[in-house]
Design a protein around this ligand. Structure first.
Ligand code: SAM
Length: 365
């Protein structure tokens, strides 16, 4: 089976490592590739059939897609591949020709193996590259081809709002892909624990990427601009054994973080502190690890305040940080100046896609 896995741009290597780690526990052959065909935000996994023993000792087939949906912290979607095809020259094709090539291909696929005629379905499209067709054209064409194929077996049902089965059709450059989206319409980064929605919250997948990058070893950990608590909550959910602190300047956000932590069942694992990150040294003598997305001045606060805020914060962090920190921001210049002026060394830098922006991520010590 081939699974197309989606994840934020810039963390494909971390998602690949996570998937390899999860698949290695199944004792089946597998191969994982990051950015298949050069497509960012994608990981491809080829996996052999997996089995488990039920309570009566019978061997049952294990759904690897469900296994990954339930366990991954870095993936957004798990899509089972039905078929892929390279359409040479499709980027230049007239719309009618491009769509008829896609329709002919989909019509030839045994989609009836993936959806019962009694089940409703919908097609969700994705398109990247220069084409003369839109993603809406792709959804309509693929939907029509699937419908006509299923008509051979009964009366197909389309339900665009609440389908039982979601087909995912992607055209990236000349590569076309059709699969079943086993995750559903709500991406895995939308965690069920998020009962309080902060205006600038971090995706949970990216919070986990930051945790992977800073590699906390059980020592004390702080998110000094914790907002709704995404990073501390995700860390606590991983069973982190050490002290976890969530520091936030505004009471309403800190209360939101507490509500989220309660919903996640980890409230008792986190210390919630109302305070100012630019006065960190007043609250702690030392902390081993820090991870945060401080304000960028886009959704919260003014952009002109950012250099001063970062300089004040890293000045305090320099007094208390024992090991490593990881910080993510759009404000490259202000962040680099604050890091360097306060005597920190940048161990690693990468760009991560977040909310339509490529955001700078720094691991420091
Ligand atoms: N990662 C958080 C989440 O997922 O909800 C969002 C963090 S948000 C980008 C930045 C947070 O820093 C905001 O909640 C803001 O109120 C807080 N903040 C701004 N200035 C602060 C300061 N001096 N000390 C502590 N928190 C501050």
């Amino acid at each position: 089976m081939r699974l197309l896995l989606t994840t934020p741009q810039g963390i494909e290597d971390l998602a690949k490592a996570e998937v390899e780690n999860l698949l290695s526990k199944l004792g089946v052959p597998f191969r994982v590739e990051e950015k298949p065909l050069g497509v960012e935000g994608r990981v491809l996994a080829e996996v052999g059939e997996a089995f488990y023993r039920d309570e009566k000792g019978r061997e049952r087939e294990l759904s690897v897609a469900t296994y990954l949906n339930e366990r991954s912290r870095l993936l957004h979607r798990v899509i089972v591949e039905i078929a892929g095809e390279r359409f040479e020259g499709i980027c230049e094709d007239e719309p009618e020709k491009a769509l008829s090539r896609i329709e002919g291909f989909v019509a030839s696929l045994p989609v009836e193996r993936f959806v019962k005629v009694s089940e409703s379905f919908a097609v969700r499209p994705f398109r990247k590259g220069e084409h003369r067709i839109t993603s809406v054209d792709i959804a309509k064409t693929v939907g029509k081809a699937i419908f006509e194929r299923l008509e051979r077996f009964g009366k197909p049902k389309v339900n665009l709002d609440h389908p039982s089965v979601i087909f995912r059709a992607e055209l990236v450059g000349e590569s076309f892909f059709l699969g079943i989206d086993t995750t559903g319409d709500s991406s895995l980064h939308r965690r069920p624990w998020r009962v309080y929605d902060h205006p600038a919250h971090l995706k949970a997948s990216i919070a986990n990427a930051l945790i992977e990058l800073v590699k906390p070893d059980g020592g004390s950990f702080i998110d000094p601009f914790c907002g709704s608590g995404t990073i501390p909550i995700e860390l606590a959910l991983r069973g982190y054994p050490g002290r976890i602190i969530c520091l936030e300047k505004y009471r309403r956000y800190l209360l939101g973080a507490e509500m989220n932590a309660l919903a996640a069942g980890v409230h008792d694992r986190i210390e919630f502190l109302l305070g100012d990150a630019t006065r960190l040294g007043e609250y702690f003598d030392s902390v081993d690890f820090a991870a945060s997305n401080p304000p960028y001045g886009l959704k919260i606060g003014r952009r002109s305040m950012i250099p001063e805020l970062y300089m004040g914060f890293f000045g305090e962090l320099a007094k208390v940080l024992e090991k490593r920190g990881v910080f993510i921001t759009t404000e490259k210049k202000a962040m680099e100046e604050a890091i360097e002026e306060n005597g920190f060394k940048i161990l690693h830098h990468r760009l991560i896609g977040h909310g339509g922006l490529m955001v700078h991520t720094y691991v420091i010590e």
